[in-house]
Design a protein around this ligand. Structure first.
Ligand SMILES: Nc1ncnc2c1ncn2[C@@H]1O[C@H](COP(=O)(O)OP(=O)(O)O)[C@@H](O)[C@H]1O
Ligand SMILES: C=C(OP(=O)(O)O)C(=O)O
Length: 672
């Protein structure tokens, strides 16, 4: 039927390169009946930054049939994305977003690369590079106008045609995240996301398809919170993430978060939430309830609670989301009047305040790792999780203790320990805790319940800075997009908060309730992704080169050499504007040293084991690949180039800097 006619490309689009000009020729496009009244648009996105370089309205013939005979554009890039589609009938739509393209396709410009006869001199603003390397220049390398050479023939939307290569048979010998691979092919190196994304898995995201949607949406690490759900449930989720990695080629790491010794409410007898209204009287009780909870009753996990609180204290749920005044104590029951109404969520954190200060009596003496946490840690070790996050860390001692416990129990796996910074004690001992840990989380939910809210932003900034200086990955967590638990779009203030974390160049952002039990987990993830990309791009456009001072952290001479190599390689990468840094690393250490420098280009981290590859997935700017390699850097490089070229992820002429922890060397070269 006419009405069901699809949009259709009738003839191929031919693209020719002539000096800096790109000639598009021969496209014939037929719109479906629904698009008959639409104008048409053609838009090309620059590979580096995915911004529009031109917009052309095309000629319309015979109602819905359009043809582009010839169009010529100036190009500044090696890779473009072409979108073609109907112009929206409602122009207001344009102010929000571009219309959905009918055809969208990546175009690689396979230009022959040779050293430029006149290499440009170094930018006056940047320090002189240690030596001059051949730089890519499209204008110098493209064929003459008189003899245009075809650089790509569109295959009608089915994807770009890449030249076949002898290496293609071997291309499966390199393992890379399927989404990253597609991103690299589509948008090029520069537009890959540097900030990593952690998603808490809960009832809203625990099915295979839901986990897959998160992985496709950019989830790098799946977090399971042992405060909720059973071990059986968590085992099932870990199994599904594994299956996803094996079957779909992802490298999603698993982070197990311990419950810790906080005071929290019980699980509300299965209810997702209950509302406490202004003036209502509620009972907080340490009694164990077998049957359904009596009305307006909350169970509390800490036996000392009823003894520690005093009449007149203020009881805060989740750092003040709901507030009560303590009005009476009757044995195990504490009667409270609601003063700030709100939703009570299962296992919400409880703190009590006296004369304006947090009460830290016996509860401050609770062990950081409870007996339940130790059982959960055994579970995590047995399941081979990649990270264990420890709640309410007070000192470095507990981290060291846990690390030696893990080392003794899991000889063949290397689980990284993440310290959650969420208490006054952890702020006091920040540097020693971070030194002892393999990474940290700014756990703003509980932190905001222990320090005044207005101090949380400066605490976050400080934690991120210390982590970056000490070369430990840092995650900014909690309430980033809280409103998206219920609504499909974030508030402006939430976007500003996410932007600030990206601007601070934290390694990772984390979703909690938004992905665990919210209504829009995929949309929340998409917001983190798009805000990260936008702010990272802004950072590069503004040429905000790293201002943070990075102290020497090496503990041996050999480590000092690695550190110097990485600092120099990152600086060279910025000055020479290379396409990517390649790092060959068995333990991941050299890759993390490069990440610490936050270079402008992405870092391709090649490592020999899948577990190191998954762990590197938490670190800023790293694109981890699993690859077996030898001590011979020359052959490693040529093999890598061949493998990546066969998969369409790099192309001749790309300029890379390679560093390796076997030879402690730096090499600068164009991909042959
Ligand atoms: N495994 C789970 N089972 C059920 N609900 C969960 C699970 N994990 C998380 N949630 C829900 O998501 C919310 C946010 O998760 P998170 O921030 O990790 O926990 P919390 O709110 O306890 O700090 C929780 O309050 C809980 O309602
Ligand atoms: C991430 C946090 O910890 P949890 O979700 O375990 O309370 C937090 O408090 O911000």
């Amino acid at each position: 039927m006419e009405n069901e006619r699809e949009n259709e490309v009738v003839s191929n689009l031919y693209i020719w390169s002539c000096k800096r000009r790109l000639i598009l020729e021969g496209l014939e496009f037929k719109f479906g009946a629904n698009d008959i009244n639409a104008l048409t648009w053609l838009r090309l996105f620059d590979r580096n930054e995915a911004r529009s370089v031109t917009l052309t309205e095309m000629k319309r013939e015979n109602g819905s049939f359009v043809r582009l005979t010839q169009e010529s554009l100036t190009v500044t890039t090696h890779k473009l994305r072409l979108c073609l589609g109907p112009w929206p009938s409602n122009k207001k739509e344009l102010t929000r977003q571009w219309p959905r393209p009918s055809v969208s396709q990546s175009i690689s410009l396979h230009l022959p690369i040779a050293p430029s006869p006149n290499p440009p001199s170094p930018k006056p603003s940047s320090p002189a590079p240690p030596f001059s390397a051949p730089r890519r220049s499209i204008s110098a390398l493209s064929p003459d106008l008189g003899s245009p050479s075809p650089i790509l023939v569109s295959d009608n939307g089915k994807g770009a045609i890449f030249p076949s290569s002898a290496a293609s048979a071997e291309s499966s010998a390199i393992e890379v995240d399927a989404v990253t691979e597609a991103e690299l092919k589509e948008n090029g190196f520069r537009s890959t996301r540097r900030t990593k994304l952690v998603c808490t898995i809960g009832p809203a995201t625990c099915e295979f398809e839901q986990l897959e949607a998160l992985a496709v949406g950019g989830m790098n690490v799946a977090r399971i919170n042992m405060c909720h759900g059973t071990r059986e449930w968590h085992r099932h989720v870990i199994g599904l993430v594994r299956r996803l990695n094996v079957e779909k080629g992802f490298a999603v790491a698993v982070m197990m978060d311990t419950e810790g010794s906080e005071i929290h409410m019980g699980d509300l007898g299965g209810a997702a939430s209950v509302k406490a209204e202004d003036g209502e009287i509620w009972t907080f009780s340490v009694r164990a309830f077998d049957s359904p909870l009596p009305d307006n009753t909350i169970s509390v996990n800490y036996d000392g609670f009823a003894e520690d609180v005093k009449v007149g204290d203020e009881l805060l749920v989740d750092g003040g989301m709901v507030r009560f005044d303590v009005i009476e104590k009757i044995g195990p029951d504490v009667k409270c009047r609601c003063t700030d109404p709100g939703l009570l969520l299962p296992r919400a954190n409880l703190t009590f305040w006296r004369d304006g200060s947090l009460v830290r009596e016996r509860n401050a003496m609770l062990p950081t790792i409870s007996s339940k946490d130790w059982l959960d840690i055994d579970f995590g070790i047995a399941e081979g999780v990649d990270f264990i996050a420890i709640s309410f860390v007070k000192s470095a001692e507990v981290i060291n203790h846990l690390k030696s416990y893990i080392a003794a129990r899991s000889r063949d796996s290397d689980i990284a320990v993440i310290a959650k910074i969420e208490s006054i004690d952890s702020l006091k001992n920040l540097e020693e805790i971070i030194r002892a840990s393999d990474g940290a989380m700014v756990a703003r939910g509980d932190l905001g319940a222990q320090i005044p809210l207005e101090q949380v932003p400066s605490a976050q900034q400080k934690i991120v800075q210390v982590c970056r200086q000490l070369n430990k990955p840092v995650i900014v967590a909690s309430q980033l997009l809280e409103s998206m638990i219920e609504y499909p779009t974030p508030t402006r203030a939430e976007v500003a908060d996410v932007s600030e974390a990206v601007r601070q160049r934290a390694d990772a952002l984390m979703l909690s309730g938004e992905s665990a039990m919210g209504q829009y987990p995929d949309k929340a993830l998409a917001v983190l992704r798009s805000v990260s990309l936008r702010i990272e791009r802004w950072w590069r456009e503004e040429k905000r080169h790293e201002a943070m001072e990075l102290p020497d952290i090496a503990s041996s001479f050999s480590d000092s050499i690695s550190e110097e190599i990485c600092n120099s390689a990152a600086k060279m990468a910025n000055n020479l504007e290379v396409d990517a840094l390649f790092v060959y690393t068995k333990t991941g250490h050299l890759a993390s040293l490069l990440s610490r420098c936050r270079p402008d280009c992405p870092i391709f981290a090649f490592t020999t084991t899948t577990s190191v590859r998954r762990r590197l997935n938490l670190q800023w700017g790293l694109i981890p690949f699993r690859l077996s390699f030898s001590d011979d850097m020359e052959s490693n490089l040529h093999r890598t180039f061949a493998l990546l070229k066969a998969r369409g992820m790099i192309k001749s002429g790309d300029l890379v800097i390679a560093v390796s922890d076997m030879l402690q060397s730096i090499q600068v070269m164009n991909v042959p």
